[in-house]
Ligand binder design. Structure first.
Ligand code: ZN
Length: 308
């Protein structure tokens, strides 16, 4: 579910996202080891937090490329409510990272870049923002993204956990994003960081911080991981705990589910674009061309004769 909210006295607005079955599907169907699952779950929560801002039909993609144990993550969010994703990791390097206790999500991610792409269809231009990953993890990278690309002071919290259900352990992920959007643009500018002024990778300090934004950020900083993943704690209760002294208004909650956009027809179209010789090389021992979707692990078999 995604729950948008506004804290008017602090001129801040944001969203809470809590993923249950959708993130469990993504992580379980790929059988990711727990440390990888934590990182991919964070990426899924972040992608839904950011992608659910799309008002109409549109596609949002979060993609990482880095030198870490997990060297690639791709999460797609199709507005208004569909999410899918996969990651690539090195099992040997994961073993080594676990042996030296360096398998926290930010450590597994390493250094590289995070690309966020918004595609609102042919009538709109495609937009891509890229921020460096310097070992700081996805929360910090998201802050940088908003400061660089949209110049909106933003704070993001992400958490992933497993809960025990009668059917066994199930993954959950959650996140909260808060943005400072005062009426006065001067105030907004003052609260902005100026990432261009600081050397890359430096811990950028905010200049003249706005009191309302300082308060909003300090409240978000009190969120504990379990509050974002506990199925017994509703998003409304979490927001009430954080902002009840100021007053928080919530909007309509929206559900999110796992769905893949792969389809047999589209794969057939793709196979048709290869030469007959190339298709011949793809035929497996069973005499058929097998294609497995990276996102949902669905395996499909095609008869090479259908393409001749
Ligand atoms: Zn698929």
């Amino acid at each position: 579910m995604v729950l948008p909210f506004v804290v008017e006295p602090l001129e801040s607005r944001g969203r809470v996202v809590r993923l249950g079955a959708s993130v469990d599907r993504i992580l379980a169907q790929h059988g990711y080891p727990a440390p990888v699952g934590r990182l991919v779950g964070e990426a899924a929560a972040l992608a839904v937090l950011l992608g659910s801002a799309l008002k109409f039909q549109g596609r949002f993609q979060l993609q990482t490329r880095s030198d870490g144990v997990v060297d690639m993550i791709v999460i797609d969010f199709d507005a208004p409510d569909r999410v899918r994703g996969f990651a690539r990791f090195d099992a040997e390097r994961l073993k080594e990272a676990l042996a030296v206790n360096e398998a926290a999500p930010a450590q597994l991610l390493g250094r590289g870049h995070l690309a966020l792409t918004i595609d609102q269809g042919s009538d709109f231009s495609r937009y891509q923002g890229v921020v460096p990953l310097d070992g700081q993890g996805l929360e910090q990278a998201a802050h940088q993204y908003f400061l660089q690309s949209e110049q909106i002071p933003t704070v993001v919290r992400l958490a992933v956990g497993e809960t025990i259900t009668p059917e066994g352990a199930r993954w959950r992920a959650g996140g909260l994003m808060l943005q400072f959007l005062p009426q006065s643009t001067d105030r907004r500018r003052q609260a902005d960081l100026h990432p261009g002024d600081a050397p890359q990778g430096a811990d950028i300090q905010q200049g003249e911080d706005d009191d309302a934004w300082v308060e909003a950020k300090s409240l978000v900083a009190t969120i504990e991981d379990h509050e974002l993943v506990d199925p017994m704690l509703s998003s409304e209760r979490l927001l009430f705990r954080l902002f009840h002294e100021r007053g928080v208004k919530v909007f309509e909650e929206q559900s999110v589910h796992h769905a893949c956009r792969c389809a047999s027809e589209r794969i057939e179209d793709m196979l048709r674009r290869f030469t007959p010789q190339e298709r011949k090389d793809m035929v497996g021992d069973n005499g058929r061309i097998g294609v497995t979707c990276e996102f949902c692990s669905t395996h499909r078999d095609f008869d090479p004769k259908d393409f001749d």
